[in-house]
Design a protein around this ligand. Sequence first.
Ligand code: CO
Length: 209
Amino acid sequence: MRRLKHLFEKNKKWAAKTTEADPGFFARLSKQQSPEYLWIGCADSRVPANQIVGLVPGEIFVHRNIANVVVHTDLNCLSVIQYAVEVLRVKHIIVCGHYGCGGIKAALESKEHGLIDNWLRHIKDVYRFHQEKIEALENEADRFKLLCELNVVEQVANVCHTTIVQNAWKAGRELAVHGWVYGLEDGIIKDLRVCITGLDEISEIHRMK
Ligand code: CO
């Protein structure tokens, strides 16, 4: 019970299998990481970044929190973005939400959930920004789906508004910020086609000159 033996057993098997397939794998990776992608996703156990895009360790830098929210005062998320952009020099930042997200569902409710309400409030803001569009839908399930998507779109904008990303663009770096949504029911990712690649694609009020 205390030692979670089965997980250590699984780990040994995984390490052995990985070494068998590629004997130099761990030696190579231990020297450096050079991922091309930063993934900002939901902490939901059903949405594991590496697995759903078929990437092995070393290929994707990952930050996850409840409902894949990017908040300007979140030192954790900002530090991850800064390290990924300035040190690892990733070429793509992917914000990946998912349908059926518990965080989004909770934000749609009026009841109290405790401490987490302070986090969910950011999602309620997204709702307020797009209230008309959401409430134009009759069906509750459709509203839920749309908020999952709009939350991604807003978080993509939040990533782009950071000075970290804007400075990379000002320096002429190639850096694209993508918005995706993953389907729990079929394992398929939908590209929301909101890819942003430069300063002139963000709203003027947020643009640093
Ligand atoms: Co979620």
